[in-house]
Ligand binder design. Structure first.
Ligand code: PLP
Length: 376
């Protein structure tokens, strides 16, 4: 099946009893154990609704197996702890999502895990590897600067040195990028974003091989963080439209990126689909589409970023991203607020940087809203 079809059909559990065409919602947290090989329990990550969603996501990412979590951070933290422990070293990119960055800086020392933040390029990531490195964690495109790293290069180097690689594929989505096919070991997503797609649920997922999924599941059983049946069902329903949503959002984002690039009040646009953007050639070689996230810096001397956001009528100032509605935020005071001002400055998250999550609206309405805001 092609992706659009996988979105609709993969993983669906037949409703044998009533003949309904959707996966039924199995609300039980207590399941019989007699005459069964596998005991089902929500925190064992193996209930019917969890399995249905995992199967769909595995089909979309080209994975053998996966684990569904109650948040993106549960997926990321559990996956990292499954492959790195005390006395071991993790290489991470310094542009990782703020929450992942903060997980390392706030918790690793106490856990005895050594780490290095490397710049967002394959050479820097590979040269940060040490004798005791076990894990490499990357993200591409990054939140919020849309930087792109050569995934294949990192994966090949890590494989040669027997390191596990993890990528956060949230911004790209399985529709626009499939890192397992580029040699990465584990793909994680904040399903709260595009997979859910309607800004009404929180979840995360790790997809990989059977062997690595077993390892992640065994740590996950200790840490908890499983997803309930109702949210699994909502997620499964949302995933049926993932391909059409992301296709439309990507098209809208491309139009807006070009509009902003031409606009005299805009200093810089970060979008991997713009030929002038750093990393655009790599993005072209490893992404099927450039996604629906972009960020831009206004020329402070002409338009104040905070005032511009307040002038918008249709585009909502909101945290999170990936919903069907277009939202805007200032990463310096939201996703990256936990970083010090010096760290933000170093990686380029300036106070005038704005991040746009483009929705499925008619693009002319979005452009008119932005134009009106920029004119003020
Ligand atoms: C790229 C990325 N990864 C991970 C996360 C964490 O996901 P969650 O908020 O679902 O825990 C986020 C949240 O904003 C994100 O943007």
């Amino acid at each position: 099946m092609r992706k659009e079809t996988q979105c609709v059909h993969s993983g669906t559990i037949k409703d044998e009893k009533m003949g309904g065409i959707n996966t039924p919602i199995f609300t039980s947290s207590a399941f019989g154990y007699l005459d069964r090989d596998d005991i089902s329990y929500p925190r064992y990550f193996n209930t019917p609704n969890q399995k249905a969603v995992v199967e769909k996501l595995c089909a979309l990412e080209g994975a053998e197996d996966g684990v569904l979590f109650s948040s993106g951070m549960a997926a990321i933290s559990t996956t990292i702890l499954a492959f790195a422990g005390a006395g071991e070293h993790v290489v991470m990119m310094d542009e990782l999502y703020g929450g992942t960055h903060a997980f390392a800086t706030d918790e690793f020392k106490r856990l005895g895990i050594d780490y290095t933040f490397a710049a967002t390029d394959a050479e820097s990531v590979c040269s940060a590897v040490k004798e005791n490195t076990k894990l490499v964690v990357i993200e591409s495109p990054t939140n919020p600067l849309l930087s792109v790293i050569d995934i294949q290069k990192v994966a090949a180097f890590a494989r040669k040195h027997h390191l596990v690689t993890v990528i956060d594929n949230t911004f790209a989505t399985p529709i626009n990028q499939n890192p397992l096919k580029l040699g990465i070991d584990v793909v994680v997503h904040s399903g709260t974003k595009y997979l859910g797609g309607h800004s009404d649920l929180c979840c995360g997922v790790s997809v990989t091989t059977h062997e690595k999924a077993d390892r992640i599941r065994s740590v996950a059983r200790h840490l908890g963080g499983s997803l309930n049946a109702m949210t699994c069902y909502l997620l499964e329903r949302s995933l049926k439209t993932l391909a059409v949503r992301v296709e439309r959002q990507t098209k809208n984002a491309r139009n807006i990126a070009h509009f902003l690039e031409e606009h005299p009040t805009v200093r810089r646009v970060h979008y991997p689909g713009l030929p002038g953007c750093k990393g655009s050639m790599i993005a072209k070689s490893q992404m099927h589409g450039f996604g629906a996230m972009l960020s831009f810096e206004l020329d402070d001397a002409i338009v104040n970023a905070a005032r511009f956001v307040k002038k918008l009528r249709l585009i909502k100032p909101a945290v999170s991203l990936g919903g069907i509605e277009t939202t805007i935020c200032s990463p310096a005071v939201t996703s990256h607020a936990k970083l010090s001002a010096a760290e933000r400055q170093r990686i380029g998250v300036t106070d005038s940087l704005l991040r746009l999550s483009v929705g499925i609206e008619q693009v002319d309405d979005l452009l008119e809203d932005m134009q009106a805001g920029l004119n003020c």
